[in-house]
Each structure stands twice: as structure tokens, then as C-alpha cells.
Ligand binder design. Structure first.
Ligand code: PMP
Length: 406
């Protein structure tokens, strides 16, 4: 038994982290996984989350199972973070919300639920995207296609090609969109471009699946970063799915706090449909893991239900997003000072946004940096800015200059 177990598929980003961990060099730099670190390179527990921890220590919520839909207050408050407290879809009861095993669990449940309704639809993911999008939708049984997103030569969004691909997709396709801070490119659509995309989605009857893993990380502002969510799923009344993660926005990576929100439009009395959707998704979860995890949801709820902690959280998001923007500026300034050659003189470092710098470094350059300089970035050239700080940015830029000058 078990001897025939085949070799597992090696996930590139986990392999990179393992290689980094195994490197004994004290000056190694970790630019792999997107997990926020402070300016000393240490994980950062958000002050708002520390406040929530203190509150829970005073009033322990216990360890009973959660309801099969998840923590009731968490479901309501997380929806309000995404759609806005005064949103129409929430007021009209158009949103089926369930707590999930963070954003990954939300994407998985979105895929599994949609497959029960539309097994023959094609799923479109941006080229490039978070690699797990394709993996998870294929695992649910879908055929997955790319739509044009990024033009590496122009270092910007290939918007005409993007619209053309979405127009050419069979009517009723499922389209995965990043709500903000696109991973890995750091390039988001403008509000005008979102409106154009929304028109195509509506004309073609496509179903948007909006993946929101970085709300507050793009601009530092929760509402600005929810523009696409609110435009598509509320204002323009497109039926669709929102996958929401608190991993990055509250620094709760290992606690697995997230939600899936399915938005129902075109039905005057949505309550019965919303209830059926919640029941169906909970049944999928029942077959897999029964109920979601408690502590992360308690922390998120403690932050969101306390005006003081909520205000602190908004500040924490500004702290994190500002530090990453400062590091972009430092990288750009150092590379220019070191006269590292680049077709755009490194303009793109600061025009991109969010947690990642899509550097344009080639696979051989990334491998050289790893081997020769102990700098660990993805082979796609994606740099997680979370590993950059004032103590290592100069050395990093010298290494990058040497890599591009070779
Ligand atoms: N979606 C995107 C686009 C992501 O980048 C990530 C995390 N890297 C996730 C979803 C899921 O993260 P988590 O499961 O930790 O919420």
C-alpha cells in the first residue's frame, strides 16, 4: 500500500519559501510569499488585532462549533466591509454570505458551487493571475481559459485585448477578476475601465467572481479599494460572487478568516434564493470540512464591532500600505542611482500598486539572484515588497543591477 504514490506537484511559491528557509546565509532576502513584514523584517501583529486579542482574553468566546454558515456577526460585518454599511444589496437582502477557510476557501467554494449550476461554462482568469485560480477552478471540474491582462512590453494592462477576450468568451462564462492590487502585476483597472468591463459582462451575461484579498492594501483606504466590488455587484446589479480574505488586510494569515458572498439580482424577493444558496454552499462545506474555524472570525468580529478598533484598523492599513509604497520609492531611487539599465528607467516600480512588484526580471535573472546573492523572488519576476526594508534595499538593488547588467 502507498508505495505507488506519485510525486506531488511542487507549488513554486512554497518551494521558494523552503529554499529560503534552508539557506544559512544571514543576509538572505525573502521576496517570495506575500505576507507583510515590518521595517525590521519581522511579522507584524496589527495594533487593532492586538486590541481584539485583549478583548477576547477578557471575554473568552469559548470553543464551541460555529454555525455551519459561520460566525453570524462575522458574516454580516465582513459583508459590510466589502459592500459598504449603507449598501443597497445588503439593505435588500441580496447577499448570501458564509464564512470560509480564508480567501482560498472562498475561491474553492465559489468554484464548487458554480460548478453545481453551470458545469459547462468556461472560466476565464487573467493572464497572469494568482496561480491557484486556475488550479482551483480546474479541480472543481471547469475548463479554464486565460483572458489578456498584462502587456509585459508596455508594462501595463492590455486593455483592448482584455475587452476583446471577454467579448469573445461564450455567453454566460465565469470571469475571475481581482478586486484591487492585482496579484502578481500590481496593475489595476481605472474606474473608467471597470465600467467598460462591466458593460461587457452585462452584454455577454458573464458571471463575475471578484477575488478580494487585498482590500486596503492598494490605496490604504477600504472604500476606495472596494470600488470594483461595489460598482459591479451593487451599483450595476450584476449577479456574481465575491471571495473575501482577511489574511493580508488584518495580518491573520494562519487564522484563515474569509468569506464568500453570492449576490442575487433580478429577483424581486431574493430571500428564498439567498437561503437556498447558503444551504447549498454549506452542504458543500459539510462534505469537506463541516464548519469553518472560530478564532480568526472572533478576532475580525472584535475589530469590526468596536468603533475604536475599527478606526485603529484603518490606520494599520495606512501604515502597511505606506511602508510598501515607501519601499517602492526606495527601490526606484536606488536603481536609478546605481544606473541599473531599464527601458522605462524604473518608472513602473512606483506606478504599480499593492504588495507585489512585477519586476520584469527574467527567470534566469531570478535564478541567478537566488544562487549568487541569496535573493529569493518568484521565477515570474514577481517581488513581494513585504521582504524589502531600509536595512536591505540598497543591497537588493545592487544585486538587481548586477543581475540585469550580466
Ligand atoms: N486570492 C489572491 C489573489 C491571493 O493573492 C491570495 C493569497 N495569496 C488569496 C486569494 C488567498 O489567500 P488566503 O487563503 O490566505 O486568504
Amino acid at each position: 500500500a502507498f508505495a505507488n504514490t506519485p510525486e506531488p506537484i511542487a507549488d513554486a511559491i512554497f518551494a521558494l519559501t523552503e529554499a529560503y528557509n534552508a539557506d544559512p546565509n544571514p543576509d538572505k532576502i525573502n521576496l517570495g510569499q506575500g505576507a507583510y513584514k515590518d521595517n525590521t523584517g519581522s511579522p507584524w501583529i496589527l495594533p487593532s488585532v492586538r486590541g481584539a486579542e485583549a478583548k477576547l482574553a477578557q471575554h473568552p468566546p469559548g470553543h464551541e462549533y460555529l454555525h455551519r454558515f459561520g460566525h453570524a456577526a462575522f458574516r454580516r460585518l465582513s459583508a459590510e466591509v466589502a459592500f459598504g454599511a449603507g449598501s443597497r444589496v445588503l439593505a435588500e437582502g441580496r447577499v448570501a454570505s458564509l464564512q470560509t477557510i480564508s480567501g482560498s476557501g472562498a475561491v474553492h467554494l465559489a468554484a464548487a458551487f458554480l460548478h453545481t449550476l453551470y458545469p459547462n461554462s468556461l472560466v476565464y482568469v487573467p493572464d497572469p493571475s494568482w496561480s491557484n485560480h486556475r488550479v482551483m477552478f480546474e479541480a472543481a471540474g471547469f475548463a479554464v481559459r486565460d483572458y489578456a491582462y498584462y502587456d509585459p512590453q508596455a508594462r501595463s494592462i492590455a486593455f483592448d485585448a482584455l475587452l476583446a477576450d471577454l467579448r469573445a468568451a461564450p455567453a454566460g462564462s465565469i470571469v475571475v477578476l481581482h478586486a484591487c492590487a492585482h496579484n502578481p502585476t500590481g496593475c489595476d483597472l481605472t474606474p473608467a475601465q471597470w465600467s467598460d468591463v462591466a458593460s461587457v459582462l452585462r452584454d455577454r451575461g458573464h458571471i463575475p467572481v471578484v477575488d478580494s484579498a487585498y482590500q486596503g492594501f492598494a490605496s490604504g483606504d477600504l472604500d476606495a479599494d472596494a470600488h470594483a466590488i461595489r460598482l459591479l455587484l451593487d451599483e450595476l446589479a450584476l449577479p456574481g460572487v465575491l471571495c473575501q480574505s482577511f489574511s493580508k488586510s488584518m495580518g491573520l494569515y494562519g487564522e484563515r478568516a474569509g468569506a464568500i458572498h453570492v449576490v442575487v439580482h433580478g429577483i424581486a424577493e431574493p430571500a428564498a434564493v439567498v437561503a437556498r444558496i447558503e444551504g447549498q454552499i454549506a452542504w458543500i462545506a459539510r462534505k469537506e470540512y463541516t464548519t469553518p474555524a472560530r478564532y480568526g472570525a472572533e478576532l475580525v468580529t472584535a475589530v469590526l464591532s468596536d468603533p475604536g478598533l475599527y478606526a485603529q484598523w484603518r490606520e494599520d492599513l495606512v501604515t502597511m500600505s505606506t511602508r510598501l509604497r515607501t519601499m517602492r520609492a526606495a527601490i526606484q531611487a536606488n536603481l536609478r542611482e546605481l544606473r541599473a539599465p531599464a527601458d522605462d528607467n524604473w518608472d513602473h516600480v512606483t506606478t504599480q500598486i499593492g504588495m507585489f512588484w512585477f519586476s520584469g526580471l527574467s527567470r534566469p535573472q531570478a535564478l541567478w539572484l537566488r544562487r549568487e546573492r541569496h535573493v529569493y523572488l518568484a521565477e515570474s519576476g514577481r517581488v513581494s515588497l513585504t521582504g524589502v526594508n531600509e536595512g536591505n534595499v540598497r543591497r537588493l538593488c545592487e544585486a538587481i543591477r548586477d543581475a540585469v547588467e550580466q
